[in-house]
Design a protein around this ligand. Structure first.
Ligand code: DX5
Ligand code: ZN
Length: 224
């Protein structure tokens, strides 16, 4: 996957009574991706939503659908999300008994394959699967809820991951950061090596268009 900067607004903080309009608003404001958080009540305490939401949003949106599976043994759902119109299917390393097999199955489905790591999970779990990964998602909060505070040790982890990918010849793998990113924390996250920035509450609380444009302005300054 070629690297580029993207903002991926997380609909977890959206108003679900008018979800379609809110997703259109982020697209109109200039976002290229939308981040869709799936929670099963087992890997993380809450239950969020599933492939039916992806299926309903797909016809009205040209955004890249970035699905974050906070779900135990997510390989059970690969075919459903592909059929619903997902573009990226990111699984947690902690939630997969057979991570290598799961990543192969995601790519075989035609979706891009992502691996997510919780804040306390070491980067070494990635060592033998880099050839099967399009994106690595570093959690900068513990997964399960929007609106949490950014965990500062993520910045060192991001720098370590950037160096690791370069040393291993996989600098083309995208790095996504998820949790607690807002106008105050985004610059440090970009400087530490992130390519794809997830933002939930920082986009959907208040004026969506203005929020997207403000975060995009930080990204554009970095891209120069
Ligand atoms: C948390 C989710 C995030 C969440 C981010 O478990 O994976 O995507 O929506 O929300 P904010 O940006 O508000 O931290
Ligand atoms: Zn997420």
């Amino acid at each position: 996957m070629s690297k580029y900067y993207e903002l991926s607004p997380s609909i977890l903080s959206a108003d679900f009574s008018c979800l379609g309009e809110q997703v259109q608003a982020i697209e109109k404001a200039g976002a290229g991706w939308v981040h869709i958080d799936v929670m099963d009540g087992q890997f993380v305490p809450p239950v969020s939503y599933g492939d039916v939401v992806v299926r309903c949003l797909r016809p009205g949106s040209g955004l890249f659908f970035d699905v974050h599976m906070m779900v135990t043994e997510p390989d059970r759902y690969i075919a459903d999300y592909k059929a619903a119109g997902a573009d990226m299917f990111t699984v947690h390393a902690e939630a997969c008994t057979h991570l290598d097999r799961t990543l192969q199955a995601i790519r075989e489905s035609g979706m891009k394959a992502g691996v997510a790591l919780n804040p306390a999970t070491p980067l070494s779990v990635l060592d033998y699967v880099l050839d099967k990964v399009d994106m690595i998602l570093l959690m900068s909060v513990n997964p399960g809820y929007g609106g949490q505070k950014f965990i500062p040790s993520t910045l060192q982890k991001l720098q370590d991951l950037t160096a690791k990918l370069e040393a291993a010849g996989y600098a083309d793998i995208a790095i996504e950061v998820d949790g607690g990113v807002n106008a105050s924390t985004i610059d440090a996250v970009l400087d530490a090596g992130a390519d794809v920035i997830v933002a939930g509450s920082a986009v959907f609380k208040g004026d969506i268009e203005k929020n997207v444009q403000e975060l995009q302005a930080h990204i554009s300054r970095k891209a120069k």
